[in-house]
Design a protein around this ligand. Structure first.
Ligand code: ADP
Ligand code: GN1
Ligand code: MG
Length: 370
């Protein structure tokens, strides 16, 4: 990950069509991937206009132009759907601020790609669920997002990260990473490595069902964690799904599962005290109800039955990715302290273990919504 100089930010800011006169820039949010900044512009004497500026992660997104094509395509589509439903497209979808040359991005002298969005005002993205009702509302929104994109021409979407949720392929990569042990960290985390290796059987489940035609590919978000949705400060409803970098053909169960691994946990993703980490069944139920409702009857019976599996597979996959990154020297997910990726992997494995204990309950909850 490369640092960003002040003048690099200023140069990027100067290349977008922002309204008003520039006031300030500061780092913003808790995303693990891009570099995100909040910009303030003064408009007239009294009012301010805020924007989000991002330096896209070039190591992870090797085709930023195609990625931005996806985002422009998806947000334009959502705008039409929202308007047709009488909604407010300024707040209910991301809105790209064009660069001065009319493109959806700006490339600086160092070859870094920047983009900007209108800031979604009077809304919050949460790091942890505060109550079941909020989590239910986030589920309705993520489900809705999938429904709104149900007829999107999927073939026009570029695959921004190939095999993003191919858990089996990620498992193979994990074994290579362990064998290479580039930072000599493997011996100290044998317990965690074994936890992964013992669960190979769950890595191929979805791939096999897909190959047999038992589950459909849909246009999905693929990164449905709670802080990728803005909750309206007044209504507490999910107002806008953000972080559209990984919108690609995918599986409904994975969008469900990724939300559960983050939001149904009783602790933060990097909690060090594992006694605080559990998969909360009230939250699981609230999300199940909201997601199925939000998808508007489009999920098949098979997909609904497989929702608990989505939760387990996504949590397992994410834990495996965090551990692989720790073993490789923390090059993928941003860290703010040493060992953070290891801590993150441990919370995921604790959650997987807890889901295994609660498997029967999870099945029963989902059955209520068939
Ligand atoms: P990353 O890919 O690094 O996770 P995100 O696109 O999710 O980056 O942005 C990081 C954080 O910035 C989000 O979790 C959210 O808090 C905030 N954010 C991003 N876009 C907006 C926006 N348009 N309006 C308000 N906040 C935003
Ligand atoms: C990353 O971009 P962000 O922080 O919302 C990652 C997800 C992981 C998540 C774990 C493109 O999400 O896949 O589940 O971290 N995004 C990418 O918190 O790899
Ligand atoms: Mg994000």
């Amino acid at each position: 990950m490369r640092g960003i100089l002040e003048e690099q930010k200023r140069d990027a800011i100067a290349h977008f069509c922002f309204e008003g006169s520039y006031r300030s820039v500061q780092p913003f949010g808790n995303g693990h991937i891009n570099d995100t900044f909040l910009l303030v512009f003064e408009v007239g004497e009294q009012s301010a206009k805020r924007y989000i500026l991002q330096r896209m992660n070039r190591d992870i997104f090797s085709k930023p132009v195609e990625l931005m094509e996806n985002i422009v395509g998806v947000t334009s589509w959502l705008r039409k759907v929202i308007l047709a439903n009488g909604g407010d497209p300024e707040r209910e979808t991301l809105n790209v601020v064009p660069a001065k040359d009319g493109k959806a991005y700006y490339v600086d002298a160092q070859g870094e790609y920047w983009r900007a969005f209108h800031f979604i005002e009077n809304a919050t993205s949460f790091e942890q669920v505060e109550n079941a009702e909020d989590f239910y509302q986030s589920a309705v929104s993520f489900g809705n997002f999938q429904r709104q994109l149900a007829d999107y021409p999927a073939a026009t979407l570029h695959e921004t990260i190939p095999g993003f949720h191919d858990t089996k392929a990620r498992f193979e990569v994990f074994k290579e990473v362990v064998a290479k042990d580039a930072c000599s960290r493997a011996a100290s985390v044998k317990k965690e490595i074994d936890f992964v290796l013992e669960r190979e059987d769950i890595t191929g489940v979805f791939g096999e069902l897909l190959a047999k035609g038992e589950i459909p590919l849909r246009v999905t978000h693929n990164d449905t964690k709670l802080n990728n949705i803005m909750m309206d400060n007044e209504t507490r409803k999910g107002i806008c799904v953000i972080d559209l970098d990984t919108v690609m053909p995918g599986l409904a169960m994975n969008d469900f599962g990724d939300s559960i691994r983050f939001g149904a946990s009783t602790a933060l993703e990097d909690e060090q005290d594992l006694d605080k980490v559990w998969c909360d069944m009230n939250y699981f139920e609230a999300y199940t109800r909201g997601f199925i409702e939000g998808c508007g009857g489009r999920l098949t019976k098979r997909e609904i039955e497989l929702l608990p599996m989505g939760a387990k597979v996504m949590t397992f996959e994410c834990g495996m990715r965090f551990l692989a990154d720790y073993l490789q020297g923390d090059t993928y997910f941003k860290i703010h302290r040493p060992g953070q990726n290891l801590d993150r992997s441990r919370t995921q494995f604790k959650l997987v273990w807890d889901m295994e204990q609660k498997w029967q309950t999870m099945q029963e909850i989902v059955k209520r919504y068939h």
